[in-house]
Write a protein that binds this ligand. Structure first.
Ligand SMILES: Nc1ncnc2c1ncn2[C@@H]1O[C@H](COP(=O)(O)OP(=O)(O)O)[C@@H](O)[C@H]1O
Ligand SMILES: [Mg+2]
Length: 258
């Protein structure tokens, strides 16, 4: 199967700062791929090269079968990019933002497309409210919904949950799962291990300009010594207490010790 994203020997320097020093990646069509790395590792730089916003210093990359250097137009027609900071218009409502993007893309039935996306991202009730009144999680979901107008084959999400509260993060995770379920290829970057763990089919770790690990979560776990078995005394959770009190579930003292 041809990868949706293929990167070979990618290098990028800014002056004498060598940010990428030979990155290789393959992302399977319809999968969610997480590029994990600390601040300054070069995640955004990688995405910007793949989205044809900056040129690589060396190496090659193709997206949806189009080479980023020789066919940037083909790449742009196949992708969408959601940056680290939500690009929604505060003054407009959620629905108006979506309709605007659909019109800019010259799509017929912009209203229908907007309503469909609002529904998919759980924003129907807030559709006619100004975005200024949205929570961080709602904004980011709207931002992701906007990037889906026109059904791009490949979606880049650059740190989609950075700066969000836990509830907002969960809402964005749901949005990414919604995307994956429709067969869209997703390349997301994150600094959070648990995010990669929850969302990605494959994870690559970018460190000092190289991919130092690349695999499924199970494969990456095998890089570490086997898990130690620890015995801990488990206090009942409030949920368990609640269920026991209302007469459901096993009493806490009969429960398995983790
Ligand atoms: N346009 C630029 N000019 C100079 N240095 C840059 C530029 N863009 C990024 N960098 C540097 O490249 C490194 C990687 O940045 P970035 O790709 O944004 O990392 P990440 O997204 O993983 O946090 C950083 O040291 C950053 O300062
Ligand atoms: Mg970044």
């Amino acid at each position: 199967m041809t990868p949706a994203i293929r990167v070979r020997g990618l290098e990028k320097s800014f002056g004498d700062v060598h940010v990428l020093r030979g990155v290789d990646l393959d992302v399977a069509p319809g999968s969610v791929f997480a590029l994990l790395g600390s601040n300054g590792a070069g995640k955004t730089t990688t995405i910007r090269i793949l989205a044809t916003l900056v040129h690589a210093t060396a190496g090659s990359a193709s997206v949806a079968g189009h080479d980023v250097a020789t066919d940037p137009g083909g790449v742009r027609e196949s992708i969408s990019l959601t940056g680290q900071f939500a690009a929604v218009d505060e003054v407009l409502s959620g629905r108006e933002n979506l309709v605007l993007v659909a019109r800019l893309r010259h799509l017929p039935r912009a209203g229908r497309i907007a309503d469909d996306l609002l529904e998919r991202f759980g924003l129907t009730e807030a559709a006619s409210r100004r975005v200024a009144t949205y929570s961080g999680g709602m904004r980011r979901r709207l931002d992701i919904a906007m990037s889906l107008v026109g059904d791009p084959a490949v979606v880049f999400l650059d740190e989609p949950t950075t700066g969000l509260d836990p509830e907002g993060r969960l809402a964005v995770w749901d949005a990414v799962r919604t995307l994956a379920a429709t067969g869209t290829t997703v390349l997301l970057t994150t600094q959070y291990l648990d995010e990669a763990e929850h969302l990605a089919d494959r994870i690559a770790i970018l460190h000092e300009g190289h991919i130092i690990a690349d695999g499924t979560l199970a494969e990456l776990r095998q890089l570490l010594p086997p898990a130690r078995v620890e015995y801990v005394e488990k206090q009942p959770t409030l949920e368990e207490v609640f269920l026991a009190v209302i007469g459901h579930g096993t009493p806490a003292h009969e429960q398995e010790v983790a």
